[in-house]
Design a protein around this ligand. Structure first.
Ligand code: ATP
Length: 253
């Protein structure tokens, strides 16, 4: 399954009264079905907040978010889980230490009343490149990369159309990062998922994304195609600076 994502004038403030801080003053962008769209920008620019709003983990925003033409606010929670899933940065924090992989994967299947659970769980593990014996392991018996694979398997098991990826590799060792990125790229190619991926790493955007938005202070300064990275095709000064810094860094290593 695949779906478009349309975000229109997404706006949110944290805090109340005179202490309220507008973190997103009104973000708009659209992602095509099957596209990988990156969100980059300095720390605190609001990238993760966009994902949290789209997924309704944070729900007190204004504006409009449509997934596959459906307003996310009108989609009941249970249906929403089959429309979109999120993968977080920290595979250590996102898995419960006392839950086996089997429990982690069985829970969504049970809630959604899906049959063939054992077969679905085995397929989910195989899809992310883990042996089926790992069903009986606990998080402390897995490496960081293996945990992230389990987190991806959990996100995929309900076969959602859209995956929201919040720095899915930044907590991992460099060699493992590449493995997880290749896994995500393969899954998108095979299943046609739509990805929105937050990252601070333009090399990741270059490897994975079709287009990306550069955020600054909660606003999108510019939306660029991946090809704009190599020759620094940005026009906004901040986007140009961000790409220049990344190219300089890449040149050094
Ligand atoms: N629940 C919250 N309450 C108050 N402020 C918040 C909350 N969540 C986020 N913020 C603030 O919103 C701003 C944007 O945070 P966000 O996590 O979206 O940034 P980011 O671009 O993803 O940063 P990073 O790259 O460091 O993860 C920050 O200033 C943050 O302190």
């Amino acid at each position: 399954m695949t779906a478009s994502v349309a975000i229109q004038d997404l706006s949110i403030s944290f805090g109340h009264g005179p202490d309220a801080v507008k973190v997103l003053p009104g973000v708009s962008f659209s992602v095509k079905p099957g596209e990988c769209f990156g969100l980059v920008g300095e720390s605190g620019s609001g990238k993760s907040t966009v994902l949290r709003c789209v997924s309704m983990l944070t729900d007190f925003w204004t504006g409009k978010v449509e997934i596959g033409g459906r307003n996310v606010r009108d989609v009941p929670l249970k249906d929403r889980c089959r429309l979109l899933q999120m993968v977080f940065q920290d595979p250590y924090g996102s898995l419960h230490p006392r839950q086996s992989v089997r429990t982690v994967l069985a829970e969504p299947l049970r809630i959604h009343g899906l049959d063939d659970r054992e077969a679905r769980m085995r397929r989910a593990l195989t899809d992310v490149g883990l042996p089926v014996e790992f069903l009986d392991r606990f998080p402390h018996q897995l490496s960081g990369g293996q945990r992230q694979r389990v987190a991806i398997a959990r996100a995929l098991i309900l076969e959602p159309a859209v995956l929201l990826l919040d720095e899915p590799t930044s907590a991992l060792d460099v060699s493992v990062q590449a493995e997880i990125l290749n896994l995500l790229a393969r899954l998108r190619e095979e299943r046609g998922f739509t990805y929105i991926m937050v990252t601070h790493d333009l090399a990741v955007v270059d490897h994975m994304c079709d287009r990306f938005a550069v955020m600054l202070h909660g606003e999108i300064t510019e939306i660029l195609p991946r090809e704009a990275i190599a020759g620094n095709g940005a026009t906004h000064p901040y986007a140009r600076q961000l790409i220049a810094a990344s190219l300089e860094y890449e040149g050094q290593i």
